[in-house]
Design a protein around this ligand. Structure first.
Ligand code: NIG
Ligand code: FE
Length: 420
C-alpha cells in the first residue's frame, strides 16, 4: 500500500504525547502544531511535524497526497457509551414526553426499553445488523473512530446473545474499533416484575457464563437506578461478571441518587456513566480511583434532565469522559459535534476540556488508549479533517453544523463531504 501525506494542515490537534488519562486541570491542555504535515503508512501514523522542520520527500510516487486545505486535524472521536444496536425507533414516546409523561412513567407503562425489546424480538439477526451498520456508517461520517456498543434490548438469554453476535459481526466487519458490553440488566422484563431477584439470578447463572465462554463481551453493565436495579443487585451482577473476567462499565445516578457510583468504584468499574445526580459525596468517592466518570449530555438534553456537575468534578481533580449514549429512547443521535457544543454550553466545560473528553479520555474508558485517542507515532490513523476554522472554540461554537470535511479510517479516506 502507498503511504499517505497530508499536507497543508492549518492546525494539527495532537491531544497528547503520552496517551495518559487527563484529570482536573490537565483537561485544559490541548497540544497542537500549527502549519503541519502528517504521514501515514499502512493504517498507522508514521510521522508528523511543523512545516519548518519539513525535510521533503525523496520519491513522491510512494505517496498519496491529501490536501487539508488549511483545515484542522483531530484524532477521531472515541465514543465510549452507546446502544447503537437496536430495532426500529420510538418517536411515539418522544411525542408522549412532549405531552407530559416522564421517561420513568413511560417505562412503567411498558414502554421504553421494554418496547425496544419487543421490536428486537421480531427482528432477524441479519436485519438488526443491517439497521445497526447504517448507524455505524452515520457516526463514522461524523468523525467517530472507536465505539463501545451495549446489548440490553434482548432481556432473555437467546435475544441478548443475538444482540451480542450482531455486535461481534460489527467488530469484524466495520473499519472502526468496537468494544462490546453485556447489559442484560438494562430493565426488568415484564414476566419478572413480581420477582426481580429471580431475573438477577438468571443473569448471573444463565447469561454471564455462556456469554463469557463464547467471548461475546468485553465488559458488563447494569442500569443501577430508581425503578431499575438496586445497588445490591448491581454489586452481585458486577461480582459475577468479574468472576468471568468481565469488568464493569455501569449506568448510575441518571434518575436519582442510586448508590451506583459507590458500587461502581467498589467493584473497580472502568467507568460510571450518566451521573446527573452527583453530590460532593460521590465526587469524594471517585477521587483517586481508576473509575472514570462518563457524562452523556445529549441524554440530559433529550429527556430534559438536570445536567451533571461537570465543572465541580473537573475542579475537584477528576477526569471526565463524554459519550453519545446513542439509543432509541433517551438519545437517538450519535452526533459528537453536538455533544461538544452541549458540553460547553450546558456543562460549562471549555472547548479544550470537551475535546480531551471525547478523544484520549474516551479511549481510556474503552481501554484503547494505546491505539487511539491522540495523534502519536504508531497509533491507528483514524483522523478528522475539518474545514478551515479560526480556533478550537469554533468547533463547539458552530452548533448544529458539521465542520467535518474528510474522515480517515485505518489510514484510508472513508468520507469526503465533496464527493458524498
Ligand atoms: O443510557 N439509561 C438506560 N439506558 C439508556 C436508555 C435506553 C432506552 O431508553 O432505550 C440510557 O439512557
Ligand atoms: Fe446508556
Amino acid at each position: 500500500m502507498k503511504k499517505t501525506l497530508i499536507k497543508n494542515i492549518g492546525s494539527l490537534i495532537t491531544v497528547s504525547s503520552n496517551s495518559e488519562l487527563k484529570k482536573g486541570h490537565e483537561m485544559k491542555e490541548l497540544p497542537l502544531i500549527k502549519n503541519a504535515w502528517l504521514k501515514i503508512k499502512d493504517n498507522r501514523i508514521l510521522d508528523f511535524g511543523n512545516m519548518d522542520n519539513w525535510e521533503g520527500i525523496d520519491n513522491w510516487n510512494e505517496f498519496n497526497i491529501i490536501d487539508a486545505e488549511s483545515g484542522t486535524i483531530l484524532p477521531s472521536w472515541c465514543d465510549s457509551h452507546s446502544h447503537i444496536v437496536y430495532a426500529g425507533s420510538r418517536e411515539q414516546e418522544f411525542v408522549d414526553k412532549i405531552n407530559g409523561l416522564s421517561y420513568e412513567e413511560i417505562a412503567k407503562k411498558g414502554g421504553g426499553i421494554l418496547n425496544s425489546s419487543l421490536m428486537l424480538k421480531d427482528t432477524s439477526e441479519e436485519d438488526l445488523y443491517n439497521q445497526s451498520m447504517k448507524r455505524i456508517d452515520e457516526v463514522i461520517n461524523g468523525g467517530t473512530g472507536a465505539i463501545e456498543i451495549k446489548s440490553g434490548y434482548g432481556l432473555d438469554t437467546e435475544q441478548e446473545i443475538k444482540m451480542l453476535r450482531v455486535i461481534k459481526k460489527i467488530k469484524e466487519t466495520s473499519p472502526i474499533t468496537v468494544k462490546s458490553t453485556f447489559l442484560g440488566a438494562h430493565a426488568i422484563p415484564k414476566n419478572y416484575k413480581a420477582n426481580p431477584d429471580q431475573y438477577v439470578e438468571k443473569i448471573i447463572h444463565e447469561m454471564i457464563p455462556v456469554i463469557a465462554k463464547e467471548k461475546l463481551a468485553d465488559y458488563i453493565d447494569v442500569f443501577c437506578d430508581k425503578g431499575f436495579f438496586t445497588a445490591e443487585q448491581t454489586e452481585k451482577i458486577l461480582q459475577a461478571g468479574l468472576n468471568h473476567g468481565l469488568k464493569g462499565k455501569i449506568h448510575a445516578n441518571e434518575l436519582d441518587f442510586s448508590g451506583g457510583i459507590q458500587v461502581g468504584v467498589k467493584m473497580g468499574a472502568i467507568s460510571v456513566d450518566h451521573l446527573e445526580f452527583t453530590s460532593s459525596e460521590e465526587i469524594k468517592c471517585l477521587k483517586g480511583t481508576k473509575t472514570i466518570p462518563t457524562l452523556l449530555p445529549s441524554t440530559a438534553f433529550f429527556l430534559g434532565l438536570v445536567y451533571p456537575p461537570a465543572r465541580k468534578m473537573i475542579d475537584s481533580g477528576l477526569p471526565i469522559t463524554l459519550a453519545s449514549d446513542y439509543n432509541p429512547g433517551s438519545s437517538p443521535s450519535g452526533n459528537i459535534e453536538f455533544i461538544l457544543s452541549l458540553a460547553c454550553i450546558k456543562l460549562k466545560m471549555t472547548p479544550e476540556e470537551a475535546i480531551n473528553a471525547l478523544t484520549i479520555n474516551g479511549a481510556h474508558a474503552m481501554e484503547v488508549q494505546n491505539e487511539l485517542g491522540s495523534i502519536e507515532k504508531g497509533k491507528i490513523a483514524n483522523l478528522i479533517i475539518t474545514e478551515k476554522i479560526p480556533s478550537n472554540a469554533f468547533i463547539p461554537y458552530s452548533f448544529g453544523k458539521s465542520l467535518i470535511k474528510k474522515v480517515i479510517i485505518q489510514g484510508k479516506l472513508y468520507y469526503d463531504c465533496d464527493t458524498k
